[in-house]
Design a protein around this ligand. Structure first.
Ligand code: GLN
Length: 556
C-alpha cells in the first residue's frame, strides 16, 4: 500500500490504440464503470492499459464543486482534483494514474489560451476548431506515451449530441480520419423497458447512433445497458439500424455489484471483440482470476461488522447521498471482505448528535468513522460523537477533518481548553489547535481558495510500535492529501504529554500526519490528516482501514 510506482521513461509507442467511450441516450447508466471494466478486461489480456476521463464542464478541475452536486472529489497522486471516474480507473486497474489523464473543457481552454498568450501559435489565428480538439488530442497521445500503453481508453463525459461535448467528439473524428485503424468507438447506450409495454425499446439507441454519425463519428460497438439482457431480435435490430455488426452489440444488464461488470463483459467475449477490431497485441487469453477471487470473497462473507459513518453531506431533499463518501465506503468494504466480514454501513447525520441524548445510539455500532469535511455545519455533533466514542472505548477512525476534530475534542475536554477551535471555524479563538499552514496563508489572502490546499501525495514517518506502524508494517508511507489546515505545532508537546501519540509525522517533523491513543487506554482511536481511502483498492485494501475493521469486529 502507498507504494511509489516506477516512473517510466517516456517512450513513443507507435502501436498505441485508442478506444473512446461515448454515452448515448442518457447519462447515469454506468458509463464510467463500463469504461473502467473495458480497461480491466483488456488488462486481463496482458495489455498495458491506461485510462482518461474528459469532463465537458468549464471548471478547470473538480476541486471547487459542491460534493452534494457532483459526488466526492477524487485526488490523484500528483494532486489533481478530479471526478469519481478516475477513482474507478485506479480501483479496477490497480494502478496510480497521473493528472494528464484527466481533462475538462476549462483545463483545455486554459492551456490553449496560455499557449496563445505565450506566442505559442506563432501569431496565427487561434480557433475553437481545430485548436481545442488538437490540444485534447495531444494530451491523449501524451498520456499514452507516459504509460507506454498498448491501449488508451478515453471516456467522454455527457451524452452524444450535447453542445458541451461536441469539441471532444470532433477530436475523435480528427483522430479517426488520421489513423482509422487505431481508433475504436464504443457507445454506451440505454434500452428502456417501459412498464406500460413491458418490451425493450431500441429506438432511443437508434437516435443516439444517428446523432453521433451526424458529427462524423460512427460507433464500432454498442454496449446495451438495460435492466435485463438484450435478446437476439433486438440485437439484430440495433445492428441493422445503428450500423454495427451483431456480435458488436454487447448486452450489459444490471448486475448485483459494479465489480461483476468486467466478468459479465467477458461472458459476452467483449475483449475478443475489441482485440479483433483493433488488432491488439494480446499476450494471453482472458485472465481475471484475481478479480474473480475478490468478487467471490465479497459475496461469501461470514460475520457482519457494523460501522457508522458520521458525516454532514448525507441528505439532499428526500434522498440519502452516499456518493459523497464513496471512496470511504468502498475502502470499508475492501478491508471487510479481506477479513471475511460483511460490512453493515449506516450513514448518520452529524447534526443529529448536537443533542447529546442521541449519543447512546452509537452503542449499536462496532466502529465509528468520521470522514473528511469542510466548514461549520455539523461540527458540534461530530465533536460530541468523538467525545462519546473516546470515553466509551468504541473504535474510532477519523479522516482529515475527523482527525482535526479528534485533536480539537481532546484539547477541549482533556486539556480543558474551553475556547479551543480550528482556524477554519473561529480564527479568533484563544487556542487555535488546528491552524492554517504558513505557506497557504498568502494564497488565501489573495482569494485563491482553489489553490490553497495541500494536495496529493506526501510522505509520513511512522513511530515504531504504534498502531499505525503495526498496521502498515513499515516506517515510511506515502499518502494523498486534500486539506488547508494542520495541527498547530505550538500545542503538540502539550497534547502529547496528555496522552496522544502523534505516530505519523512529515519527515521534517513539522506536520502531524497521524494521531492515536495508546491501546491500553482505547482499543482503536486513530486519526489521519490524509485520505487513506484514496489509495484503497479491491485487490489491495488499505492497511489502516483493515486495522480499524478488525478492531471494530473484535470489540463487538
Ligand atoms: N476542512 C479541513 C481542512 O481544510 C479538512 C479537510 C478535509 O477533511 N478534507 O483542513
Amino acid at each position: 500500500m502507498a507504494k511509489t510506482t516506477k516512473t517510466k521513461t517516456k517512450k513513443k509507442n507507435a502501436n498505441t490504440k485508442y478506444i473512446f467511450v461515448v454515452g448515448g441516450v442518457m447519462s447515469g447508466v454506468g458509463k464510467g464503470v463500463a469504461s473502467s471494466s473495458i480497461a480491466k478486461i483488456l488488462q486481463g489480456r496482458g495489455l498495458t492499459v491506461t485510462a482518461i476521463k474528459i469532463d465537458p464542464y468549464v471548471n478547470v478541475d473538480a476541486g471547487t464543486m459542491n460534493p452534494t452536486e457532483h459526488g466526492e472529489c477524487f485526488v490523484l497522486k500528483d494532486g489533481l482534483e478530479t471526478d469519481q471516474d478516475m477513482c474507478n480507473y485506479e480501483l479496477f486497474l490497480n494502478i496510480d494514474i497521473p493528472g494528464i489523464n484527466y481533462m475538462t473543457t476549462g483545463s483545455v481552454y486554459q492551456a490553449v489560451i496560455a499557449k496563445e498568450r505565450n506566442l505559442g501559435y506563432g501569431g496565427r489565428n487561434v480557433q475553437v476548431v481545430p485548436d481545442i480538439p488538437e490540444e485534447a488530442i495531444s494530451r491523449i497521445k501524451k498520456a499514452g506515451e507516459i504509460a507506454e500503453a498498448d491501449v488508451v481508453l478515453i471516456e467522454v463525459g455527457g451524452t452524444v449530441g450535447e453542445y458541451e461535448s461536441i469539441l471532444f467528439i470532433e477530436a475523435i473524428r480528427m483522430m479517426k480520419s488520421e489513423t482509422p485503424d487505431d481508433i475504436g468507438v464504443v457507445m454506451v447506450s440505454y434500452l428502456p423497458v417501459p412498464g406500460s409495454v413491458g418490451e425493450m425499446k431500441t429506438k432511443p439507441t437508434q437516435h443516439a447512433a444517428r446523432t453521433l454519425s451526424a458529427s462524423g463519428v460512427f460507433a464500432d460497438l454498442i454496449l446495451a445497458r438495460s435492466t435485463v439482457p438484450v435478446d437476439a431480435k433486438r440485437r439484430e435490430k440495433i445492428a441493422r439500424f445503428c450500423n454495427v455488426r451483431p456480435e458488436n452489440v454487447i448486452s450489459a444488464p444490471n448486475v448485483e455489484s459494479i465489480y461483476d461488470i468486467p466478468l459479465n463483459f467477458e461472458k459476452y467475449h467483449l475483449s475478443d471483440r475489441l482485440c479483433d477490431m483493433l488488432k491488439l497485441p494480446c499476450t494471453q487469453k482472458s485472465d481475471l482470476s484475481e478479480w474473480k477471487r475478490f468478487v467471490s470473497k465479497s459475496k461469501n462473507t461470514k460475520d457482519t461488522v457494523k460501522i457508522a459513518v458520521v458525516g454532514k453531506y448525507f441528505s439532499s431533499g428526500d434522498f440519502v447521498l452516499s456518493d459523497v463518501y464513496i471512496s470511504v465506503l468502498e475502502a470499508i468494504k475492501y478491508s471487510s471482505y479481506k477479513l471475511g466480514l460483511k460490512p453493515e454501513i449506516t450513514y448518520l447525520s452529524s447534526q443529529d448528535f448536537e443533542d447529546k441524548k442521541n449519543l447512546k445510539n452509537l452503542k449499536k455500532y462496532d466502529g465509528v468513522l468520521v470522514p473528511g469535511g469542510f466548514g461549520k455545519t455539523g461540527i458540534e455533533g461530530k465533536l460530541n460523537v468523538i467525545e462519546y466514542v473516546r470515553k466509551n472505548r468504541i473504535p474510532y477512525f477519523g479522516i482529515c477533518y475527523g482527525m482535526q476534530l479528534a485533536v480539537l475534542e481532546f484539547a477541549q475536554n482533556v486539556l480543558k481548553k474551553k475556547d479551543a477551535s480550528t482556524e477554519e471555524i473561529n480564527p479568533k479563538a484563544t487556542d487555535l489547535v488546528i491552524g492554517v499552514m504558513d505557506d497557504q496563508k498568502e494564497k488565501i489572502a489573495q482569494g485563491d481558495m482553489g489553490g490553497s490546499m495541500r494536495l496529493g501525495q506526501y510522505p509520513a514517518m511512522l513511530k515504531q510500535g504504534s498502531i499505525a506502524q503495526k498496521a502498515y508494517k513499515t516506517t515510511e508511507v506515502l499518502e494523498r492529501h486534500r486539506h488547508r489546515y494542520e495541527v498547530n505545532n505550538a500545542y503538540v508537546t502539550e497534547i502529547e504529554n496528555a496522552g496522544v501519540i502523534f505516530s505519523g509525522k512529515s519527515p521534517d517533523g513539522r506536520l502531524m500526519e497521524i494521531m492515536e491513543l495508546p491501546q491500553d487506554v482505547h482499543p482503536f482511536f486513530v486519526g489521519v490528516q490524509f485520505h487513506p481511502e484514496l489509495q484503497a483498492r479491491p485487490l489491495d485494501p488499505h492497511p489502516l482501514f483493515t486495522a480499524f475493521i478488525k478492531a471494530s469486529y473484535e470489540s463487538k
